[in-house]
Design a protein around this ligand. Structure first.
Ligand code: SF4
Length: 230
């Protein structure tokens, strides 16, 4: 399928799938694009999608970007899920270690230039892994941030050059937590300690009552996204 054919198909399917269940969207995605992958951050939305994928298409590749700066609870969540589902999470790592980064850019690049740090530890590894696939699935939701408000259930990702599925784009946080409870899904225990959104330990703090759920990400800087989602 060339790009024009994909664009036409996506336009039609984006409308058709808008009211479909996430499971039906995943089913159509994996049947239409067998060379597909899911990007897992082990946050609440992503553990829901891992659970759905295990029920709908357990052989689909699931990868995570290992920045080397995740909380220990995030790595523990990965291991508990891998055990529970008998699956492997493909680890995608940066081209330089944290020691090499410190030598080249200084000890705390995330403070001095978080965009550069994310470019090295997230965007380049994501670009590399996505270049091997025709489509990817993400757990982004429209109400997470203004930058995500226009996400479609299926769209063409021009940044990375492949089809992108956002099966729970219209879900609320409550929908996510209802699914987790009803399906007994493993989740990162930091969510119970006022971390609604979890990234690298260096750039994530707990939020205060009344704060925006993403206020704990890159707190004190203008940055709001890693650069993974337009
Ligand atoms: S979230 Fe922070 S530590 Fe992680 S890659 Fe981005 S800037 Fe670096």
């Amino acid at each position: 399928m060339n790009l024009l054919e994909k664009e036409d198909l996506i336009k039609v399917k984006a409308e058709e799938l808008e009211n479909a269940s996430p499971e039906d969207i995943i089913r159509w995605a994996v049947e239409t694009f067998p060379n597909i992958t899911f990007a897992c951050s082990f946050g609440a939305e992503d553990v829901v999608l891992v659970d759905m994928l295990q029920k709908v298409s357990p052989s689909t590749d699931v990868f995570y970007l290992d920045t080397d700066y995740h909380f220990k609870e995030t790595y523990e969540t990965r291991d508990i899920m891998a055990d529970k589902y008998g699956m492997e999470f493909v680890r995608v790592s940066p081209q330089i270690t944290i020691e090499e980064q410190a030598l080249q850019y200084g000890e705390a690049l995330w403070n001095v230039d978080p965009n550069q740090c994310c470019a090295i530890r997230k965007v380049e590894p994501l670009t590399r892994i996505l270049s091997q696939y025709d489509a990817w699935i993400t757990g982004i939701r429209r109400d997470q941030a203004p930058t995500r408000a226009n996400a479609k259930k299926v769209e063409y990702d021009y940044k990375f050059g492949l089809v992108k599925f956002n099966p729970i784009a219209d879900w609320t946080s409550e929908d996510v937590w209802n699914y987790i409870r009803e399906n007994n899904v493993v989740y990162n225990p930091l969510h119970d300690r006022n971390f609604p959104s979890i990234g690298c330990e260096q750039c994530t703090r707990a939020v205060m009552p009344g704060e925006d759920p993403r206020a704990g990400r890159w707190s004190g800087s203008e940055k709001t996204e890693c650069g993974l989602h337009k």
